[in-house]
Ligand binder design. Structure first.
Ligand code: GA4
Length: 320
């Protein structure tokens, strides 16, 4: 068994709940979609319109590839703090602990942001194999989305993700068991504060520990039952804009667990920095106007890094 090292206590880890109501329940209604289902494209669109989120089954990524990277992540997080610190800071890539982003957000978390092979502590081939597999799934999912929306060019988004210059990254997260008084008295703490993902699409894989919550359209938070064999797919802000609000980027967060550490691995698929983000003309109904002023992914990313995690980042780009 891998023994996880215990992080130092956080001073300020209770992020405030900004937009959603704190009514939490375990939610049985997360759409579960089999990638090989002939109706997958329709189900994906329904799920992304309603939740901006779904569970993907039968994705075809070999469990060994996943297990290998998970084991690598666990052994990395189990290294002495001084060794892990050498892999930091996390901006733009590397090891981070507690602090998320450059503007003072904190969570009960340690993580590694990876883009290519800068992290000598994690096996290059484990990362490479995982990224190759997860990217292939992401391309397929965004192609089904395009088909489901009736877009003629089914590769309109997959092409952006496939580009040599596409702006992707992999995030390995470790949410240690929280054993301070708050946690022991049954109060959960924020592991990763509420936010939407800025990119086009994210594919999240976790171990069997709960913690992930999404915010429903009516503004309530619900807990997503974990499933270590599936991926959870999240619509990002860029996809919301490119579909002129048809698909919604979902607010989500992670709460800690006082019994089991949570490990998650997320692939964030973004377009090349130079890509202009605007609604696809072929999607627009007659007379429909864009809800957003157009921007490049470079501009959106720069603006995201100036924001706080929980900010409504698309607000700056909405038309008045
Ligand atoms: C949220 C999604 C991804 O985890 C991430 C995060 C990034 C970071 O951790 O450095 C950000 C956050 C995320 C959005 C706003 C900015 C940037 C922290 C932050 C406060 C890697 C990403 O791309 O955006």
């Amino acid at each position: 068994m891998v023994v996880l090292s215990k992080p130092a206590p956080l001073d300020d880890h209770y992020a405030s709940i900004k937009t959603c109501k704190p009514r939490i329940s375990v939610f049985k209604g997360i759409p579960s979609i089999n990638l090989r289902d002939p109706k997958a494209k329709t189900l994906i669109i329904q799920a992304c319109q309603e939740f901006g989120f779904f569970k993907l089954l039968n994705h075809g990524v070999p469990m060994e590839t996943i297990a290998r990277l998970e084991a690598e992540a666990l052994s990395f997080f189990n290294l002495p703090r001084s060794v892990k610190a050498k892999a930091g800071p996390p901006n733009p890539f590397g090891y981070g602990t507690k602090g998320i982003g450059p503007n003072g957000d904190v969570g009960w978390i340690e993580y590694l942001l990876i883009n290519t092979d800068q992290n000598p502590e994690i096996s290059r081939s484990a990362v490479k194999d995982y990224v190759m597999e997860v990217k292939a799934v992401a391309y397929e999912v965004v192609e089904l989305m395009a088909e489901g929306l009736g877009i003629e060019r089914r590769d309109v988004w997959s092409q952006m993700l496939r580009e040599e210059e596409s702006d992707w990254c992999l995030r390995l997260n470790h949410y240690p068991i929280s054993q301070d008084l708050q946690a022991l008295s049954g109060r959960k703490m924020i592991g990763f504060g509420e936010h939407t993902d800025p990119q086009i699409i994210s594919l999240l894989k976790s171990n069997n520990t709960s913690g992930l919550q999404i915010c429903l359209k009516d503004g309530t938070w619900v807990s997503v039952p974990p499933d270590h064999t599936s991926f959870f797919v999240t619509v990002g802000d860029a996809l919301q804009v490119m579909t002129n609000g048809r698909l919604k980027s979902v607010r989500h967060r992670v709460m800690t667990n006082s019994l089991k550490p949570r490990i998650s691995i997320i692939y964030f698929g973004g377009p090349p920095l130079s890509e202009t983000i605007r609604p696809l003309p072929s999607l627009m109904a007659k007379g429909e106007e864009s809800l957003y002023n157009e921007f490049t992914w470079r501009e959106y990313k720069a603006s995201a890094y100036k924001s706080r995690l929980g900010d409504y980042r698309l607000g700056l780009f909405e038309k008045a």
